[in-house]
Design a protein around this ligand. Structure first.
Ligand code: ADP
Ligand code: MG
Length: 619
């Protein structure tokens, strides 16, 4: 019998191989967008006609290709992304097979235009069914445009197999969403038959999720953050009461690559256990970062499945991180409640927690640091006042902030609420205020609003900020304490010592620590973070005189008085110059307060001037 085996002609082999990569227009969208990302584009535009059956075009502003590379890019197994098999275990790119462009070119009409930044002119190549029709030098912007027309023109069976435009467009939108969600730092736009379906700028992850799934999504997102040696998690899960009957809002990204993992999905479902109605699915938008060495993305041709080295550990970490976030979300109604009641009596003294403050030695704190000295000098020159609390005034909030960071504690909820609260009271956005602030006579911080001008009294504003922060520490949280190198000995009259003694536990909550407190002497071993040693006796003297002068009435609260008194002692004084960061920080912290409008002693902290009023003055 004669030999019967033949080598298939290249174009047939290419068509068969193309079937692996390109199932439908959405596959082309995915491959082209991934190439644009691999080329470090910051702006990617997707243009579609007739659900991709007539045209799929991706335009990027990435690094482009040289003439040689442009031609080579259509060869099978031509890739710039790996050089040796070992590179497969260190992948930082989406592509690596060098198959996409070759496959697409085998079954469509492709027009490539590309230019590198250092070149004046670019290259245009037209290929139809793997055959190069033309190659020219062209004027084109830096980056790459790939237009894919008449998909499956030479494989009628595949073309007929395509679904309706609605279905194909949905596949394309799904791919687009996945890529856009994985890369909030890239701006994307998406046009179908001339109308614009999406247009998202470079933004943060929350904004990206909201842009893609709608404004209403914002309120349902619960942040999930966790960082361990093997896995970093960041992103959001949906609150249980917003769960859906479909799985359309379930997204895992591993190293910015969309993946499907029934196993990890199960981890999330089990974290939601007892919180979901039957037949409902949780929403999640989670980014997992792992060492590229610990995964194998090579096991599936379309690469949405992935093999992890240690799936059990990932499962456990993921489950507990999501549970933790949901747990905090469950606390939220309690905080909401406090927030409500705060309208009458702003702070819940009764809930005062009696535990001893944690002592944390801030070794980097140096009251003699240059910054501090510089400010002290300025103030003395300007006002002749006693030395102010100095540069580290922001560190007043250290206890509070570091807690939020470490564990994404319930403060993230509080902060977020107060952010949204500002918006309603203050519908001029904070961003607006951030751009332009300046100081007037070392006394006022002036800032622009959409509707006019904002003038803040720096001393009163800072009193408000410190007052709320101290109250929070006294009534709800423990503050961090800064241990003194040598105990500080102070002498007071027995009456005065009695006053301090009565306030001892409140003082401890703000961060003071006492080793001795008797008739004869007071020994202080710790002070609130950010309070310089030199200020301590002044604070206590002020406190004693405030208590003595306070007419005790029904509203008397030791904690309130202590917070007011300390805020008064430590607030930035008028006459102190503030740099722009400090000014911004002041503005933002003030409007994150529960009652930003007045100082602790009920005097206005700021005034506004509407453009209308300003205009009247010019008449
Ligand atoms: P892979 O992405 O797996 O390397 P492709 O066939 O998708 O394979 O692309 C082949 C090569 O063409 C890439 O490795 C890259 O060097 C180049 N290339 C493709 N698209 C672009 C683009 N948008 N910008 C710059 N280079 C590109
Ligand atoms: Mg590719």
């Amino acid at each position: 019998m004669s030999d019967i085996i033949q080598l298939l002609p290249d174009h047939v082999a290419n068509q068969i191989a193309a079937g692996e990569v390109v199932q439908r227009p959405a596959s082309v969208v995915k491959e082209l967008m991934e190439n644009a990302i691999d080329a470090n584009a910051t702006e990617i535009k997707l243009i579609i006609k007739d659900a991709g059956k007539t045209l799929v075009q991706v335009i990027d502003n990435g690094k482009g290709m040289s003439v040689t590379d442009a031609r080579l890019s259509f060869e099978r197994h031509a890739t710039s992304k790996i050089r040796a098999a070992e590179d497969l275990f260190q992948l930082n790119t989406k592509g690596f097979r060098g198959e996409a462009l070759a496959s697409i070119a085998a079954i469509a009409h492709v027009e490539l235009k590309t230019k590198q930044d250092e070149d004046d002119l670019g290259t245009a190549i037209v290929i139809e069914g793997s055959e190069v029709k033309s190659q020219e030098v062209v004027v084109t912007p830096t980056g790459t445009s790939v237009a894919v027309k008449h998909l499956f023109f030479n494989i009628p069976a595949r073309r007929n197999f395509l679904k309706s435009d609605t279905v194909e467009l949905r596949h394309i939108s799904d791919e687009f969403h996945r890529v856009a969600l994985a890369h909030p730092n890239i701006a994307f736009s998406f046009y179908h038959n001339g109308s614009d379906l999406f247009n998202v700028p470079q933004e943060n992850y929350r904004q990206r999720v909201v842009h893609i799934f709608g404004t209403k999504t914002n309120e349902k997102l619960v942040p999930v953050e966790e960082e361990t040696e093997v896995l970093k998690i960041s992103g959001f899960v949906g609150k249980p009461n917003f769960s859906k009957k479909t799985k359309s809002e379930q997204f895992f990204f591993v190293n910015q690559r969309f993946i499907k993992s029934p196993y990890l999905n199960h981890a999330i479902k089990s974290a939601f256990e007892g919180l979901l109605k039957d037949g409902y699915h949780p929403s999640y938008f989670l980014n997992l970062t792992v060492d590229p060495k610990s995964i194998d993305i090579n096991i599936h041709p379309t690469k949405t499945e992935i093999k992890f080295d240690d799936e059990h550990t990932l499962y456990a970490i993921l489950r507990s991180a999501v549970k933790h976030s949901l747990g905090q979300f469950n606390i939220a109604p309690v905080l909401d409640f406090e927030h409500q009641s705060s309208l009458n009596t702003p702070y819940e003294y009764k809930d005062k927690n009696a535990s001893i403050p944690a002592i944390e030695v801030d070794r980097s704190f140096n009251p003699f640091s240059e910054d501090v000295n510089r400010k002290e000098k300025t103030t003395r020159q300007n006002t002749g006042f006693k030395s102010p609390p100095t540069a580290s005034w922001e560190s007043m909030y250290v206890g509070l902030e570091s807690k939020g960071n470490n564990s994404q504690s319930d403060f993230s909820q509080v902060t977020f609420e107060s952010e949204s609260k500002d918006e309603s009271i203050f519908n001029d956005s904070a961003i607006e205020t951030r751009k332009t602030t300046f100081q007037l006579q070392h006394k006022y911080i002036v800032s622009t609003l959409k509707s006019g001008m904002l003038i803040i009294d720096q001393n009163r504003a800072h009193q408000r900020i410190l007052y709320e922060s101290f109250l929070k520490h006294i009534t709800v949280k423990e503050a961090t304490s800064q241990q003194l190198l040598f105990p500080l000995q102070l002498h007071f009259t027995p009456n005065e010592t009695k006053i301090i003694d009565d306030l001892k536990s409140d003082l401890e909550h703000t961060g003071f620590a006492f080793s001795e407190l008797n008739d004869k002497e007071i020994m202080i071993t710790g002070v609130p973070v950010g309070v310089p040693e030199s200020e301590v006796s002044i604070i206590l003297e002020q406190l004693i005189s405030d208590v003595e002068n306070d007419v005790p009435d029904t509203n008397f609260s030791a904690a309130d008085l202590l917070a007011k008194s300390m805020a008064k002692s430590l607030a930035i004084k008028n006459g102190q110059s503030l740099n722009s960061t400090e000014q911004e920080h002041m503005v933002n912290s003030l409007f994150a307060c529960k009652e930003p409008n007045v100082s602790p002693t009920n005097r206005p902290t700021f005034i506004t001037m509407a453009v209308d009023d300003i205009e009247k003055k010019f008449m």
